[in-house]
Design a binder for this molecule. Structure first.
Ligand SMILES: Nc1ncnc2c1ncn2[C@@H]1O[C@H](COP(=O)(O)OP(=O)(O)OP(=O)(O)O)[C@@H](O)[C@H]1O
Ligand SMILES: [Mg+2]
Length: 253
């Protein structure tokens, strides 16, 4: 089982879009995939049409009374998901006062069987749930945008990853920075590209060769709670995500 986490504490830079596309493509390629929505906003849960009421959610798995991850999995038409929960807002204060507070996600995933991949979507925050995800993950994917503020905050994310790599999860690696929502008509400025490559190398990683172009179909699919590949599998973003997954999984067995 391989666990990917999509993270960047900056908001609106395509974490949810990227994590859903990744999970969906891996599934379409014949793998078993579990999606975990670790963002209390619940955007991915909404797209998957997951239930929050009457079902154990990620909150129960992380903080409930002996609820196993396997008991919280919902099988939806868009794939298997452990749903988010607005209660996750309260998780930070609880996790920070718990001696095992950074290990709850990895403990939950340890007993999980039957999945080739787990894909975690995270909130725009450097919070305890994100740390839990990083402690549990094999690889981090960091979406970034090419606008003026797209690179803000990466230093503190890098620092958090660095600390976790030293202490709680030596096996954690950064798969790469992924440029998203890219308007292909404008040339990526040399300055931004250099900057991205520099940041990537300071995190011992690379900038993915693949860039995800902007497409109106992404917003349309999201508004209709459809997977991009069901709605517009040939739009530029969908094609780019296929290339991205090729690049990400290259050399994997
Ligand atoms: N390739 C794309 N083309 C066009 N629009 C996109 C693309 N990727 C994402 N978007 C749009 O940008 C917005 C933010 O995307 P998304 O929700 O994936 O970001 P996020 O990083 O998960 O946000 P948050 O930090 O709030 O969780 C959404 O409205 C989404 O439809
Ligand atoms: Mg999101």
């Amino acid at each position: 089982m391989k666990t990917y986490v999509v993270a960047n504490q900056k908001g609106g830079i395509s974490k949810t879009t990227t994590s859903i596309a990744l999970a969906d493509i891996l599934k379409r390629r014949g793998n078993t995939v579990l999606f975990i929505d670790a963002d209390q906003q619940g955007n991915a849960t909404d797209t998957f049409k997951g239930e929050i009421e009457g079902m154990p959610t990620l909150y129960d798995v992380l903080l409930g009374d002996h609820i196993k991850a396997s008991e919280a999995i919902q099988k939806t038409i868009n794939g298997d998901i452990i749903a988010s929960d607005p209660l996750l807002r309260e998780a930070d204060s609880k996790l920070s006062s718990d001696p095992e507070g950074e290990y709850r996600m990895s403990m939950a995933l340890e007993g999980l069987e039957g999945y080739d991949y787990v894909v975690l979507d995270t909130a725009p925050a450097l919070n305890w749930i994100l740390r839990n995800c990083l402690v549990a993950a094999d690889e981090v994917i960091i979406p970034v945008t090419a606008d003026r503020y797209g690179l803000q905050g990466l230093a503190s994310l890098a620092e958090t990853i660095g600390v976790i790599r030293k202490r709680q999860n030596k096996g954690l690696s950064v798969a790469g920075l992924l440029l998203t929502k890219y308007n292909g008509r404008t040339n990526l400025s040399r300055e931004i590209k250099d900057n991205l490559e520099e940041i990537a190398s300071s995190m011992d990683t690379k900038l993915f060769d693949t860039t995800i172009r902007e497409s109106v179909k992404v917003r349309e699919a999201q508004a209709m709670r459809k997977l991009l590949f069901d709605y517009a599998k040939n739009c530029s973003s969908a094609l780019d995500y296929e290339d991205f997954v090729d690049e990400l999984t290259e050399g994997e067995d």
